[in-house]
Design a protein around this ligand. Sequence first.
Ligand SMILES: [Zn+2]
Length: 224
Amino acid sequence: MLPTPPSWQPASTATFFIKVCLDQQPIYRSFLKTYGEIIADMGGWDVYCAICGSTFNSRLSVDSDDETDLTYSGEVIGESDLQWLQTLRALGLSTDSPEERKSFITGQGVYDDHGMISVAPGDDPHVPIDERGQMPLWSAYHDPTYEVNPIVFPFHEVCYKDILLSCFKYEKINTDVIYAICEESREDQLPRLMLDYGNPGPPYEQYWECRKGEEVTRISTQQK
Ligand SMILES: [Zn+2]
């Protein structure tokens, strides 16, 4: 009997469903093809910065008139205060690289939803690019298709420059070590590292939750 697609989809449910289909190959592969679009229509999910634990997307609610607690107050924060959240870079590993150093840091990019990110190669020569100058598709933290997308650890560009590099006094950092720490701290199917980011930290829900009173925690270190 064919499995039934989930009616509600946190990241883990859709991923589980995809994995079931792939494990039952080949018969379910065609089924997955059919229902893949349905799963995609069920909505995406947020992934979180490996450094600060916050969201990347612009699905944040700022509303001065909303009297519920599930929005940021427009009297405290504006849309422009949240722009920094959308620019990310990512730490990855190129296992095929002949170099001793296998890790790389991409250029700027954005979160595309469904666990995928789009980034420019940037200026790190270790970023893997094929003969056509193309990069692979990157999955943040884990590959929801269980197929071929390499994983990367995403972070806000601001967090990279103002927190990570600053911690190392802007000296050259060993990204292989940072990657190994991230790899040790991730858990399959979770869109975050299992670190204590404090409160508010990355939720276990589908999306980041906006709550009144927490506006200041979404303002970048460059603005505080
Ligand atoms: Zn961050």
